[in-house]
Structures are given as C-alpha cells and as structure tokens.
Ligand binder design. Structure first.
Ligand code: FES
Ligand code: FES
Length: 187
C-alpha cells in the first residue's frame, strides 16, 4: 500500500486490518500521534486527513491510500513551529504532553471548520460562527486532557484564531529537502 503522509510517500506492506494510527506509529516510525484509548474516545490520535481531523485509531490505513495525511510531525518543525504549536508553548497548554499532538492537530482542523462556517452544538447564530470560549470547548470536546490543561489550551487556540491568514490553519509547507521520498516498509 502507498500512503502520502506529511507530503512524503511511503510504501508499506501491512495487514488490511491495520489502523491508520498503528500504520504511523508501529510501521512508519511516526510516533508523534499518540494512542490513549484506541477506541475513539480520547482524541490523542487525531490527525488531519484531507484537511479534516479524524481519530486515526478508528480508521483503517487501507482506506487512506489516496489521501493527504498530516500528523503532528508535518505541521511544523522545531525551528519553524506551526502557529498552533507556538501558541501551545507560549500559553503552557500542556503538562505531560501526551494529549498535545492530538490537541494541536484537532485545533488546526477545528479552526478550518470555523472558517468554513460549520456550526457546532452550541452555535447560536448559524449565519455567523464566533469563536467564543464555549465554542472552543465544545469543538475540542473530543480531545481529552488528563492533566486538565484546558484553560491554557483554550487560550492558545483563541490566540491563533485571532491571527489572520492561511498560515493559522494550514500545515507548513515542506522545504525542498523534505519533499517526497520513497520508503519501503514491511510489516
Ligand atoms: S487513541 Fe484514538 S481516540 Fe483515543
Ligand atoms: S497534557 Fe497531560 S494529558 Fe494533556
């Protein structure tokens, strides 16, 4: 099977029952996405697939051979953090950090949903989505933080939401040296 993850192409011979999360963590060495529950309840495994956030523990890898997958490793680099990563750092939006990759991927996907005008359960005016704390909390409710860093996570997301431009919601472009390469991985 062939996958495009963080703008890099991977060939992997894996069992068709392999989840997208296990493909990344166990077969491709992309361990940034975490496994908390493996049951779709904690959000630690959140990735962006074609720009939309999903729980990768609940999705079979075989379904994503034609998709653009972004994990936390693809959002930014240590030298060039994605705005959401930088905001989590500056607002201390974590303690142990286990949930953080999923929180950040989810927050990036969530802001894109808001930008598209998608309503949530708490949206009052369907014609205009304003990103109140209640909206942020509701939209991030699928991402659990055992350390309860929620107030700081909300602060970080609010800061990025206040930034204008595509850079706030899009994964950072890769440099030329990071452009697609072939890797053969066997299960
Ligand atoms: S590990 Fe996927 S939702 Fe918990
Ligand atoms: S920072 Fe520890 S679980 Fe969220």
């Amino acid at each position: 099977m062939r996958f495009t993850i963080n703008q890099k192409t991977y060939d992997a011979d894996v069992d068709v029952r392999t989840s997208l999360l296990d493909l990344c963590r166990e077969h491709l060495g992309l361990t940034g996405s975490k496994k908390g529950c493996d049951h779709g309840q904690c959000g630690a495994c959140t990735m962006l697939v074609n720009g939309r956030r999903i729980n990768s523990c609940l999705s079979l890898a075989v379904m994503h051979q034609d998709d653009e997958i972004v994990t936390i490793e693809g959002l930014g680099t240590v030298e060039d953090l994605h705005p959401m990563q930088a905001a989590f750092v500056s607002h201390d939006g974590y303690q142990c950090g286990y949930c953080t990759p999923g929180q950040i991927c989810s927050a990036v996907g969530m802001l894109d949903e808001v930008k598209k005008g998608w309503a949530s359960h708490v949206t009052g005016d369907l014609g205009e989505v304003s990103l109140s704390d209640a909206e942020i909390s509701e939209r991030m409710s699928g991402n659990i933080c055992r350390c309860a860093a929620y107030p700081n996570i909300v602060d970080a997301i609010r800061e990025v939401a206040g930034q204008s431009g595509e850079e706030a919601i899009k994964p950072a472009p890769r440099t030329a040296s990071e452009q697609p390469a072939q890797e053969k991985v066997s299960a």
